[in-house]
Write a protein that binds this ligand. Structure first.
Ligand SMILES: [Zn+2]
Length: 451
């Protein structure tokens, strides 16, 4: 067993035992949504996407059978089918930008994201909170500017796109407190163009994007060196936003919060909730924005200060990414469906589904969270502002040792203050809002306050 897997498995054990007197409740709706995520549907979606021959952003847009235009119209029609089950709560649209000429774009090109937005049934204090699930539907063969050659993109990123569609299908039948955006993104291989345009729009309109789940290359389990891993997925997160500069950065470092930035906190949340609902499958936290020499659609969000993370399989096979389909010296190249493990992809989808559904049902992160530092003392005193949700049950105060990756303790209170009989110097803290059905939201990290 490798060291990473031991880490994942011990994480599972900790997650199962930390709550002590307050066992975490499994929400029946979340459980139902997670169980509905189907490997069979994911397989059908990936095979359909591959049938368009190429989905290169520069490829044909007029044909009904080949190229990115046909692919995006099919994705839109699928979203519209799910929207019919939503009672008018899901709307579907193309989000377009025109990309200028660059190294990877010969002439100005329309880059079109297909976006399905699922709003709540009843407007409330969480209606404007937005949770984004993304995968890129564009693909490439050996060259990003080759619009003609077949580029099946079964795994990169048919797998992520299939998860976006499958979760839109299962979730469209239900109502959540927050808004969920299901987005099939284009222009990823041309330089994260579709994601950047949407993230920039979200920032300029001040949209309350609370979390971004990006799935890219999440469908294979066997690497080019023959090694196999199907028991867990990698979740990449960067420590701080590049916007956390100057005194903000210095304060966070001095408080020991280098692993409690927004994106990393989101990753910790996804591991905790995902493994609760899909307990035979693990999430390995990778403390890094992305893999070496690679990028992904979470980056433009993270760089603009939003919480954003990337899922990727553990065992990548570079013979099946960004390759023209061919056989060379008996070796098969190309991103073909036969190299995809649909059960594995469904497991990654279930992790996403558990965390997104829980987050969308749960209260927002508590505000004005403080840790009292006016004097030295033997206790830890925390306090925060009251949450606005009408279904709020109370709060979970989480803490862990400063060198621990995951929360170790959870204490419930209906109050907006808590005194713990532990030394604040030795622990990190976070506060979550919890609703009456047991759904807990993202952690707010306390800042030092004088009173
Ligand atoms: Zn990709």
């Amino acid at each position: 067993m490798n060291r990473l897997l031991i880490g994942v498995l011990s994480g599972l054990v900790i997650a199962a035992t930390v709550f002590g007197q307050q066992p975490p409740k499994k929400n029946a709706l979340v459980d139902k949504i997670v169980r509905e995520v189907s490997a069979k549907n994911i397989k059908a979606t990936i095979e359909k996407l591959v049938s368009f021959g190429t989905r290169n952003t520069l490829s044909d847009t007029l044909s009904d059978t080949r190229g990115i235009g046909a692919a995006r119209r099919w994705i839109k029609s699928e979203f519209e089918r799910y929207a019919q089950a939503s009672g008018g709560r899901m709307t579907v649209e193309f989000f377009e930008t025109v990309a200028p000429v660059s190294q990877r774009i010969a002439s100005p090109t329309r880059v079109v994201n297909v976006v399905a937005t699922l709003g709540p049934a009843i407007a409330g204090p969480s209606s404007d909170r937005i949770i984004v699930l993304s995968g890129h539907y564009d693909s490439m063969p050996g060259s990003a500017t080759d619009a003609q050659s077949d580029a099946p993109g079964a795994n990169d990123d048919g797998s992520g796109t299939a998860i976006v569609l499958e979760l839109a299908r299962t979730m469209s039948k239900h109502s959540f407190d927050a808004t969920i955006v299901f987005m099939a993104v284009a222009g990823e291989e041309q330089g994260l163009l579709g994601a950047t345009a949407w993230a920039e729009m979200a920032k300029s309109r001040n949209l309350k994007v609370e979390a971004v789940f990006n799935n890219d290359i999440v469908g294979s389990t066997v690497a080019g060196d023959g090694t196999k891993e199907n028991r867990y997925v990698r979740l990449f997160s960067e420590a701080f936003s590049p916007l956390d500069t100057g005194s903000v950065f210095r304060q966070r470092i001095s408080l020991g919060l280098e692993n409690d930035g927004g994106s990393r906190s989101l990753a910790r949340y996804i591991k905790e909730i995902g493994e609760r609902y899909n307990p035979k499958f693990g999430v390995a936290l990778i403390y890094r924005l992305d893999r070496f020499l690679r990028g992904g659609d979470h980056r433009p969000f993270h760089e603009r200060g939003f919480r954003a993370v990337r899922f990727s399989e553990v065992k990548e096979n570079y013979d099946h990414q960004h390759q023209n389909i061919r056989v060379e010296n008996g070796k098969e190249y190309g991103d073909l469906p036969k190299f995809v493990d649909y059960e594995y992809c469904a497991n990654v989808g279930k992790i996403n589904a558990a965390a997104i559904a829980t987050l969308a049902l749960a209260p927002q992160p508590p505000e004005n969270v403080g840790i009292l530092t006016s004097q030295v003392g033997y206790d830890t005193i925390l306090r925060w502002a009251k949450n606005p949700e009408s279904d709020l049950a109370g709060y979970l105060v989480r803490y862990r040792q400063t060198n621990a990756p995951l929360w170790e303790k959870a204490v419930f209170t209906a109050d907006t203050t808590m005194t713990l009989k532990i030394a604040k110097d030795d622990y990190l803290f976070g506060i979550q809002g919890v609703d009456k059905e047991g759904n807990a939201g993202l952690y707010s990290i306390p800042r030092p306050v004088r009173r």
